[in-house]
Design a protein around this ligand. Structure first.
Ligand SMILES: *Cc1c(COP(=O)(O)O)cnc(C)c1O
Length: 370
């Protein structure tokens, strides 16, 4: 055992600043000097970078991943009583934004090995009120978008990729965020590409939807103080854009390191626990590296005692959340989402974990599960 390891940082946000401190300090100071806090030059610069990186024609930055989802749902004019198909195994925002617009999240169970929505179960849930499908690229891996797009096209539905965890991932050699009519990502600090606060972006290659979402982000205005739509104050701060412009310059390297960490874990713990599976057509950005264990509470306690933080994504599937009681979903409706919620456990994941730390965490995990 390596006794130089005393404690491990789960996402290691301090290092994300330390590593590029000089560059970041200059970029931040430049914004302060110019005082162009709202929609300053770095915002458009970032959007161009995001467009080049993903291949999507339009990247529209906004205040969070949650607001990115709202902008996409508002762009397709989701109305009270509409239905939107999604997964119950995700962060609340995916379904919360649907319900916020008084529409109904219609859940579909997930796949046992990727934890993404099971495309073979989608068509059964389509009704005359269904307007869209929101697959979530969970833990950094894209869902089976070809299948989902095919079902959507057949039934005239929109597809919105919730790519909050998958910015930079690939599916059949194409980037996440450029795989469907809309995609939404988040720059929340702990996401694979994080800023120093809240931030997000919505992507589309459709000119009309891009214009509409740019307007919705700015209180629905088409020119100053003339408002075509009911919109929101949903802009990304110039400061966050400046931070992201620096972080984008190094993001490819971060992805490679996240993949290095994931491969390290898998090689050391497979066989002992159920490790994540990446589909052959995918590359993951590893928003989370999550294993499945039977004695989770005990494992969490033992790892904590060894100085290893863990997290549970997510302890309760969305159909069983109190806020959605009025939809009358029941225990047992989505057996895989329910089972996996009880077993899933995320290990520390960040680009800075050393080989020694990966070894240490893996050894402690193997001891803890016994
Ligand atoms: C983080 C996250 C969001 C919301 O992003 P915020 O920037 O925190 O609003 C939405 N969906 C998923 C799957 C997420 O992980």
């Amino acid at each position: 055992m390596n006794n130089t390891i005393t404690s491990i940082d789960f996402a290691n946000l301090p290092m994300a600043y330390e590593e590029h401190k000089e560059e970041l300090d200059i970029a931040i100071a430049e914004v302060l000097k110019n005082a162009n806090y709202i929609m300053g030059e770095p915002v458009r610069e970032l959007e161009e970078k995001l467009e080049r990186f993903t291949g999507a024609k339009h990247a529209i930055t906004c205040s969070s991943g949650t607001d990115a989802l709202l902008l996409a749902l508002m762009a397709i004019d989701i109305q009270p009583g509409d239905e939107v198909i999604t997964t119950p195994f995700t962060f609340i925002a995916t379904a919360e934004t649907i319900a916020f617009l008084k529409a109904k999240p219609v859940f579909v169970d997930i796949e046992e090995d990727t934890y993404n929505i099971d495309p073979s179960k989608i068509e059964d849930k389509i009704t005359s009120r269904t307007k869209a499908i929101i697959p979530v690229s969970i833990f950094g891996q894209v869902a089976d978008m070809d299948q989902i797009n095919k079902i959507a096209a057949k039934h005239y539905l929109f597809v919105i990729e919730d790519a909050a965890q998958s910015f930079g991932a690939t599916y059949k050699a194409k980037r996440s965020c450029n795989l469907s009519t809309f995609a939404c990502t988040s720059f929340f600090p702990a996401k694979p590409l994080g800023c120093f606060g809240d931030g997000g972006a919505v992507f589309t290659s459709d000119e009309k939807f891009a214009e509409k979402m740019k307007s919705l982000r700015l209180h629905g205005q088409t020119e100053r103080y003339f408002h075509k739509y009911i919109g929101m104050g949903g802009r990304l701060d110039t400061l966050q854009a400046a931070v992201l412009n620096v972080k984008m310059n190094h993001y490819e390297k971060d992805i490679i390191n996240r993949q290095r960490v994931a491969e390290g874990y898998t090689s050391l713990i497979q066989g002992a626990v159920k490790v994540p599976k990446v589909a052959a057509e995918n590359s993951s950005v590893w928003a989370q590296y999550s294993v499945r264990v039977q004695n989770r509470a005990e494992v969490v306690t033992k790892l904590k005692a060894a100085g290893i933080p863990t997290a549970i994504h997510y302890p309760r599937p969305l159909h069983l959340q109190e806020c959605f009681k009025y939809f009358e979903y029941q225990d047992g409706d989505f057996p895989l989402a329910e089972k996996i919620s009880e077993e899933i456990l995320s290990l520390p994941m960040n680009p800075y974990l050393s080989e020694e730390e990966i070894q240490f965490i893996s050894n402690q995990l193997k001891t803890a599960i016994q």
